[in-house]
Design a protein around this ligand. Structure first.
Ligand code: CMC
Length: 436
């Protein structure tokens, strides 16, 4: 961290002595005030629920400028990565900091494809789930269970273990997600086919059956690859912070990533793509485009708790750059499949237009986020709504593991242990049962 000449001074109105706090400069983005010694010097904590103003770590991986609507992985704009690289190049970049040259690209693709199969015993583990279990419930279990199958990569303090766990997780996630899908469908699992691309292999494992192979459609494979790139990392969001916090205890990488999967499931985070599509289907069932006005009224009503899913973001107070790219892919996929007149897509476009012009959304800087379009694309590809978040988890795994490994390698890393403002009862004695 680069120290700044500027110091922050914290003073108190009760006459307590003021203190100077060091300031550090990032390479871009806001400076941070170092409050690590605050408690020792003042006996006070800071209070910041939801981490609205708190940097929990230093990182070199992903940078977001929410006001500009900019997203950079290792300095490269998401627009360039989405159009000039594939997902495995993006994985390499996130893990190792640079884009691969031709040889490294070849080696990395080979390395990942050598790890796509999962232990055969995994399918018996899967059998313990109900067939109608939510894929995210299944995936949380499967990812956590990897630590029971790959004992030789569970020591987070060993860099070799970290490396191999990273590759295993990236390689096996598509297999696990496809297995979770096939299990729910009651279809046999399809083994990976390593000569296919990462996205192509995933789609084959999803859609092929023993009686019929899957013929990859280039437009759809490219769309899937783009979904993976756009979701690969997003700085210190809830699931990434969960992975870091979980991993900070020294637990194994599979357990830490399983915690990330569990966190991602929530509708305010990764579950938003599923929630956005359910919302569109709901409006469609209840009158379609005609009923948008009524729906928007409910969204704006503070007493209704209805939200326009797929809109708004904690960091982006401008158009989510991923949403722009996903919108483009959405048009391409629907065009390739002849679905431009799909009623749900038309409904989404009308909703987007109305929301972008409405004073409520404009004043609060609520723009469509990536999930608004990714659900439509995935539905068009033939992916069931309940699997959307699992696909997000598949893509985000590389981000989680890159962030986890960065944390473990950081000399300033400590077990995460937030403090609290206690507002409960002071000490009291347990009364006898008859007096309670
Ligand atoms: N629909 C209606 N009103 C909204 C929405 C929305 N989607 N999002 C925010 N608002 C309102 C909110 O009610 C508040 O209004 P007021 O100031 O009058 O109280 C104002 O906008 C600020 O919202 P906030 O809740 O303080 O914002 P936040 O940063 O805490 O929440 C969010 C961000 C993503 C949780 C929220 O916008 C949301 O719930 N959106 C819908 C769910 C969604 O699409 N999530 C996916 C995020 S992108 C994928 C990812 O990276 O995980």
């Amino acid at each position: 961290m680069t120290p700044s000449d500027v110091k922050a001074t914290l003073s108190f109105s009760d006459g307590s002595p003021s203190i100077d706090l060091p300031l550090y400069k990032g390479s871009i983005g806001p400076d941070v005030i170092d409050i690590r010694k605050l408690y020792g010097q003042t006996g006070k904590f800071t209070y910041d629920p939801g981490f609205l103003s708190t940097a929990s770590c230093q990182s070199t991986i992903t940078y977001i400028d929410g006001d500009k609507g900019e997203l950079l992985y290792r300095g490269y704009p998401i627009e360039q990565l989405a159009t000039q690289c594939d997902f495995l190049d993006t994985c390499y970049l996130l893990l190792y900091g640079e884009l691969p040259n031709e040889q490294k690209q070849k080696d990395f693709h080979k390395l990942v494809s050598e790890h796509t199969m999962v232990h055969e015993q995994m399918q018996f583990f899967l059998r313990g789930f109900r067939r109608d279990a939510h894929p995210m419930a299944v995936l949380t279990g499967l990812v956590g269970a990897l630590s029971a199958f790959y004992h030789d990569s569970t020591d987070i303090t060993n860099p070799k273990h970290r490396d191999i766990a990273a590759i295993r997780l990236i390689a096996k996630m598509p297999t696990l997600v496809a297995m979770a899908y096939k299990y729910g469908e009651g279809q046999p699992y399809v083994y990976p086919r390593n000569k296919l691309s990462y996205a192509g292999n995933f789609m084959r494992m999803m859609f092929a059956t023993p009686c019929e192979d899957y013929e990859p459609n280039e437009v759809l494979v490219r769309a899937m690859d783009r979904i993976f790139i756009l979701h690969a990392d997003h700085e210190q969001n809830a699931s990434t912070s969960t992975v870091r916090l979980c991993g900070s205890s020294g637990t194994n990488p599979f357990a830490a990533i399983a915690a990330g999967v569990a966190c991602l499931w929530g509708p305010a985070h990764g579950g938003a793509n599923e929630a956005a599509l359910n919302m569109l289907e709901d409006i469609q069932r209840n009158g379609g485009v005609e009923k948008i006005g009524e729906f928007i009224k409910q969204v704006k009503d503070k007493n209704s708790s209805v939200k326009l899913m797929g809109f708004g973001h904690r960091v982006y107070k401008n158009y989510d750059p991923r949403a722009k790219l996903m919108r483009e892919t959405c048009h391409e996929v629907l065009g390739a499949l002849g679905l431009e007149n799909d009623p749900l897509f038309k409904l989404a476009m009308s909703l987007e237009k109305i929301a972008l012009e409405d004073e409520y959304f404009v004043a609060r800087k609520l723009y469509p986020n990536v999930d608004f379009y990714s659900g439509i694309v995935q539905r068009a590809i033939g992916i069931p709504v309940s699997l959307f978040t699992a696909i997000f988890a598949l893509a985000r795994t590389v981000g989680w593991i890159a962030q986890l490994n960065e944390m473990i390698g950081d000399p300033e890393y400590k077990i995460g242990r937030p403090r609290q403002l206690f507002v409960g009862s002071p000490r009291r004695d347990v009364p006898p049962l008859a007096q309670r």
